[in-house]
Design a protein around this ligand. Sequence first.
Ligand code: NAD
Ligand code: MG
Length: 337
Amino acid sequence: MSHTILASSRIAVLGYGSQGRAHALNLRDSGLDVVVGLRKDGPSWHKAKAEGFRVAEPGEAVKTADLVAVLTPDMVQPALYTEAIAPNIKPGAALLFAHGFNIHFKQITPRQDIDVILVAPKGPGALVRSEYERGRGVPDIWAVYQDVSGQAEEKAIAYADGIGGTRAMLIKTDFKEETETDLFGEQAVLCGGASSLVQAGFETLVEAGYQPEIAYYEVFHELKLIVDLFYEGGVEKMLKYVSETAQYGDYVSGPRVIDAGVKERMQAVLKDIQDGTFAQNWIAEYRAGLPNYRRYKQADLDHPLEQVGRKLRARMTWLHPEPAPATGATDQEPAVA
Ligand code: NAD
Ligand code: MG
């Protein structure tokens, strides 16, 4: 076992959502001492208790811990740090994040007498848990921001081991690289890029007079088949499984749609991330009560793509197999964050 440095440590996991629940369960099953820190009677309090954890208010959980994993939503972390962590964390203890946003963009200035590290699984919490249960793991990226104990690196690797990451692969990074690339990926390609690409394709077909049901299947539904091929075997596998006609169309039309102008605009998005413009705007939006965020979200939900999609998905029996047993353990979570 390589998690010896944490063997006699107590780990406080703050938050019991997608990542928090998976980390807490895996660490416990790795033989480590875990306490879950949550707001009393908040949404996760009873769930963590029911799953056998010692649960305490965040400040109480932090007091006794040698490592504090901050697994609450990113936007609540600065207040959580000020109110519960900074007054209570032991000198020499480690503060661990799964995303570098608040440290990198200086929303949290950590005390000088603690280690600050990052361990971020490259997968959603449900997969971090299910792979662990199968004796495997999800790769982790890890980093050290501040090392006062001289053991920060060892602690990060031991934590990654405890959640199953070393069974797969560890990649060393730093807070800047993790934060900037994570934001860029979700904005330019994954959440933002992919949904905008699909909406534009759908609108193009519908405005040209084609049926929305047909357009939905052609530009949205079938995207999963293509992404699964990417995921399993790269672009090479996709090319192997599609027709020669589809390949030729890919070669001549793909670059007409995603041209050099797209890359220039991606570089502009990246620059806004790097110089802090995005973070500043997002923090201001959050503090203002999310007025634009709600408006953008509603527009996505009202898009004709969604209206026809709801109707079609209701008829896809394979999406609704059996009524799920009431285990209370179903994770509603984004696939990418
Ligand atoms: P989540 O929204 O699924 O869960 C958040 C948890 O924090 C919930 O249990 C909630 O009850 C609790 N919580 C909320 N406010 C709190 C407060 N003030 N005090 C104590 N607990 C509070 O969050 P998540 O998606 O697991 O994200 C946690 C961290 O992991 C974030 O830093 C995120 O960027 C990072 N991350 C997430 C993923 C992912 O796949 N979801 C992947 C890698 C990294
Ligand atoms: Mg992300």
